[in-house]
Design a protein around this ligand. Structure first.
Ligand code: GLN
Length: 192
């Protein structure tokens, strides 16, 4: 099976490891550059993108992450992870940086504050999924090479995208019992 890492600096790492295992991958936590070298694909979990960015710099992972993404490593970001994979962000904190890779603008905390978290049934790449949104970003705009895989009410916002080997969702499939999004990503890792 493919070895799929979960960036384990901060956020809901354990839930992603469990879902990846259920989806048929060999799931491993990634905290050091050497661990990043050893994976076939990487999940960037939900959590807090500002903290994740600072820890990635502290652990000297930001540049290695950018280089592997540039070199074509498949990666999937959920929520804060979506923010981390965006080339441009709105409502970031001063100086906030990302790994980047997906040609899109993502707006942080767009659906509202913690109290405004919500669940919704939506269509993901042609399949129904139950989606959990927690202080979620939405995708404000995408470049020509980005495929939109899912939209959500309110407002018909873009909440799932793919650009080649990179996948991102505003929502948290790892917090549901539904392994569909993780299976979709593990299949991407197998194919790429
Ligand atoms: N609001 C968080 C951020 O800006 C993301 C929330 C989440 O990952 N559940 O990083």
């Amino acid at each position: 099976p493919p070895t799929v890492g979960v960036l384990a600096l901060q956020g809901d790492v354990r839930e992603h490891l469990r879902m990846l295992t259920e989806a048929g991958a060999r799931a491993v936590a990634v905290r050091r550059p050497a661990e990043l070298e050893a994976v076939d694909g990487l999940v960037v979990p939900g959590g807090e993108s500002t903290t994740m960015w600072k820890l990635a710099e502290t652990f000297e992972l930001l540049e290695p992450l950018r280089m592997r993404v540039k070199a074509g490593m498949p990666a999937y970001g959920s929520c804060a992870g979506m923010i981390m994979l965006a080339d441009r962000i709105e409502d970031g904190i001063a100086g906030q940086q990302t790994i980047g890779g997906i040609d899109m603008v993502v707006r942080r905390n767009a659906f509202g504050r913690q109290v405004d978290s919500f669940e919704a049934d939506l269509d993901f790449a042609g399949e129904p999924v139950h989606a959990v949104f927690i202080r979620a970003p939405w995708v404000e705009s995408v470049g020509p090479d980005v495929d939109v895989l899912g939209m959500a009410q309110p407002g018909d916002r873009i909440v799932a995208v793919r650009q080649g080997p990179l996948l991102a969702t505003s929502f948290h499939p790892e917090l549901t019992g539904d392994t569909r999004v993780h299976r979709y990503f593990v299949d991407m890792v197998r194919e790429l």
